[in-house]
Design a protein around this ligand. Structure first.
Ligand code: ZN
Length: 61
């Protein structure tokens, strides 16, 4: 995902803006890392450039 996408992403649970933590990046793109919600203390992983914003209980479906 592009780094500036974080500006329009929000927590799917509470709609709070998410905080981006980059582990690996390529130019303007985040390859891996996570998005975190301070309000829920929830983390949403970014893997292979794709942010996974499913609520935690739906991820294994
Ligand atoms: Zn939240």
């Amino acid at each position: 995902m592009r780094k500036d996408l974080v500006d329009i992403l929000a927590c799917p649970m509470c709609k709070t803006p998410l905080e981006l933590t980059v582990e690996e990046e390529s130019g303007e793109e985040v390859v891996s890392g996570h998005l975190s919600c301070k309000k829920c203390s929830e983390r949403y992983p970014i893997e292979d450039r794709i942010p996974n914003l499913l609520p935690p209980e739906m991820r294994d479906a």
